[in-house]
Design a protein around this ligand. Structure first.
Ligand code: MN
Length: 249
């Protein structure tokens, strides 16, 4: 590496499920170090959802929200584009916060050309089609009318609703077999075919791995980005391919 080149040069980083909150400062500190020590100078940083533990609107008042906006903004200003896709916990994150953080909002799914490889990016929750109760909940809560209604509620009420939804989801999760909270393989193949992609990168399941899928005789790969609870890590890609990094927090 030449002395002037930055650590991230020629590479694109993918993170998800950081679940940042003032209550877990170790993950926050690790994320900021990751931005400085590894992402600086990169071609792009993609945040594939659930950057925050909870987000009830851009008036979110945790210190971590302000500091994260400042750090991401600095990265974007230094020339590394920061792109954000909604997760199931921070889907209320809107244009106002994205602008503060220097992030571009991207749709789920997003199909990009990644160093010549057609690559599909998703948060991952829509791939968990075996969890029909969750998919029904998602359709209701992500409906544009619901979102418009939610945005008009006072902050304290939005926060209360979010806490109730979280408690309900945790209770439901305890009763669900682990398999239905993973992606459905047939759905993975279906989206890879529909989007004509050779690679899928997603988070959400907290099951970091690389999987191989055969789609109509084509060899495709699926990278699952890790969560940042007891560990941290990311998927990084360059012209030669992708790799998964996984470390203890
Ligand atoms: Mn998620």
């Amino acid at each position: 590496m030449s002395p002037t080149s930055k650590p991230g040069a020629g590479r694109t980083f993918f993170v998800a499920d950081l679940h940042l909150t003032d209550e877990r400062p170790a993950a926050t500190g690790r994320f900021f170090r990751f931005l400085e020590e590894e992402v600086a100078g990169a071609d792009a940083l993609y945040i594939l959802g659930d950057l925050f533990e909870a987000w009830v609107g851009d008036d979110h008042d945790e210190a971590v929200a302000h500091e994260t906006a400042r750090r991401l903004r600095a990265l974007a200003d230094s020339g590394t584009p920061v792109r954000f896709m909604h997760g199931n916990r921070d889907f209320m994150l809107a244009a106002r916060y994205a602008a503060r953080a220097g992030m571009t909002l991207v749709a789920d799914p997003a199909r990009i050309d990644l160093y010549g490889v057609p690559t599909l990016l998703m948060h991952g929750d829509t791939l968990c089609t075996d969890d029909t109760a969750y998919q029904a909940f998602r359709r209701r809560v992500r409906h544009p009318l619901t979102l418009a209604l939610l945005r008009h509620l006072p902050f304290s009420l939005r926060r209360r609703l979010a806490r109730r939804a979280r408690a309900g989801s945790q209770a439901a999760k305890a009763d669900k077999p682990a398999a239905i909270m993973d992606v459905n393989e047939a759905e993975v193949v279906r989206v890879l075919r529909e989007q004509q992609a050779a690679r899928l990168i997603h988070g959400h399941t907290h099951r970091p791995a690389r999987h191989a899928h055969a789609v109509d005789g084509r060899d495709c790969e699926r990278w699952v980005v890790p969560d940042w609870y007891a560990r941290w890590g990311y998927v990084v890609c360059d012209a030669a391919g992708c790799a998964l990094r996984l470390e203890d927090l």
